[in-house]
Design a protein around this ligand. Structure first.
Ligand code: MG
Length: 209
């Protein structure tokens, strides 16, 4: 699944750079592409029997090692936190996915020292985690929970276009950021949508049965 997500992020590099160019230095797509290429390459070298927590830890380490800047640290530590939360887990079902999102939200809030509404990647993660938790009573299937989370992340990413930036370099831009969605939040929404596409693809469903 993470290799599939990596390929999607690599494909969206130009679009992510353009979003960042509207509010920053235009390198967000480059950083994400470099980080996810490192993840894809690292996962390709792993023993196929590597457990889920090991895969997430290796991915976080690969992202941290390959990239610089704030988003590199935030993404890398977010994946490491996901690995820690899913230690010993053999299969990701709806409850494990909720746990993954919660651990990622906690990590990003702590690493970035940000809150929801600060116009960062956290807005998309927070929206996704809230949607997954809200489906707690009804949605038992992973594909439904990931779909709800991905849609919420996309909506949250869109809503960052109405927010002023309080942290990072873009905070100096004032109201010039209005109308442009946050690149990091957009990336996270793309990641979740790719996860959903992978889970629901006929090829994947075949290999899981
Ligand atoms: Mg940038």
């Amino acid at each position: 699944m993470l290799v599939f997500v990596a390929e999607e992020i690599v494909r969206r590099e130009t679009e992510l750079n353009a979003l960042d160019a509207a509010v920053g230095d235009g390198d967000h797509g480059i950083t994400m592409r470099i980080g996810f290429e490192a993840i894809r390459d690292r996962l390709g070298q792993l023993d196929p029997a590597t457990p889920i927590d090991g895969i997430l830890r290796e991915s976080g380490t690969a992202f941290l090692g390959a990239t610089g800047g704030a988003i590199g640290v935030v993404m890398g530590k977010m994946l490491l936190a996901g690995g820690k939360a899913l230690q010993g887990v053999q299969e990701i079902r709806a409850p494990e996915f909720r746990l993954l999102l919660t651990s990622m939200e906690t990590s990003v809030a702590a690493t970035g020292k940000v809150n929801p509404g600060d116009r960062t990647i956290l807005d998309a993660i927070h929206g996704a985690a809230a949607a997954a938790a809200a489906g707690d009573s009804g949605a038992k299937n992973l594909d439904v929970v990931v779909h709800l989370s991905a849609s919420a992340a996309q909506e949250a990413a869109r809503s960052t276009a109405d927010m002023l930036c309080r942290v990072g370099r873009a905070s100096r831009l004032g109201n010039r950021v209005l109308g442009h969605p946050d690149p990091g939040a957009t990336s996270f929404a793309i990641m979740l949508r790719a996860m959903h596409d992978w889970i629901t693809s006929p090829i994947t469903a075949d290999t899981q049965s």
